[in-house]
Design a protein around this ligand. Sequence first.
Ligand code: TRP
Length: 459
Amino acid sequence: MSTTENRAEFGSKIGFILSAAGSAVGLGNIWKFPGKAYACGGGAFLIIYLIIVALVGTTVMMAEFTIGRKTHKNAVGALRELNNKFAWIGGLGVLTGFIILSYYCQVGGWAMYYIVAYITDVATVWADPMAYFLNMLGANGFPLAALAWGLVFLALTAFIITHGTAGIEKMSTILMPVLFVLLIGLMIRSCTLPGADEGLSYMLHVDFSTINGTAILTALGQAFFSLSLGMGVMMTYASYLSSDDNLVSNTAIVCTLDTLVALFAGFMIIPAVFATGIAPGMGGAFGFATLAGVFMAIPGGQFIGMLFYFLLFFAAITSSTSILEGCTAFLVEEKGTERKKTILVLCVVLYIIGVLYTLSQAYMNIKGIWISREGLQFPIFGDFLEYLTDRLLLPLGAFFTTLFVGWIWGPDNSIEEATSYGKYKFTLAPAYKFIVKFIDPIAIGAIIVAGMVFGMSIS
Ligand code: TRP
């Protein structure tokens, strides 16, 4: 971003796309998506997911982009300027971001743990990948190292947003394309492992009987999480755009890139699940334990594995900084708190919740402190946090955003902003208007209510 007289703006079009895509592409694509696709029926889930991204994801992103760019303000300020009564939608987003960040930084820490593991201890990882993963999480004693890496990741996130994101934006122009290419390579290798064809057919075979309310709710929450929607992050990003950037093409590019990365990750991990037989009950282990089978099967696998976790870590940090910046900007700009102090206090609370998240993965079960996954009646704490954000708070944020654009601010205003007052073509504008007014609020609302009424079964 380069500074103009009043407010920073992105120096170039590609700078914005990379930042928005950097926020979108993260642990959600690589760590979360494959696990959900696996649990919710493979091919049928993919189709539901793609439909949701194409209809709901793109329109919610467009809504957020236009609100942000129209006002050039942070999420809460932007909504307040357009209609004073709706600033709380932005406040809701800040709460959501805070909860996401608490566990996001822990998983980012796991990625760092694995960078080191691949450098120093790869033989042990490969000897029994699942045992290694569970051991990291405390299956054999207090998971001090994992918690320490979680702290390092959080501290790094805080450091970056206090010292400026220019450096990381520069790095992402190189590292994000490298990640993209590496994922394609690993996907090809994984799909050609002996036994992988079963996984491929699982992902390509569409059996709609596997789709139930939980799967649809999961796909919706996953789409918002993956696209960084529902908490005003994309509003804040677009607020730094100049008035003649093309929001129509930006929306299409960011949604496409993010979804491609999720698909690559899915087709990298699920075939490996079948090929290696490492199909643990916890989807979270896929990116860590299952992938070992792919790295073991490639020449130079140790180096490739290390590179992969480094890039995963990098993708995670470009997302975590976007969330922490959102929370901090809100408190500083709206509540007048001091920036550095705000970040410090946020991080302390975030870390305490995060520690509980990591401990709930294995250690608490073993100590009998928390309900075990087998006798699951209530979700364990980690599941609870993820369900709260993905299945309730993000959809709620998106629901109110589309209601706001569709009925309060008005889709025509949003379309004018999207096309820079007619400068750019927006062939699908009538469809956008219809979806943002009717389909989005009704579909999102119905799915949220269904989720609450029918319960949130584990998948
Ligand atoms: N989209 C990121 C991922 O897939 C996570 C993320 C960053 C996010 N900013 C967000 C999720 C805002 C929801 C809202 O990993």
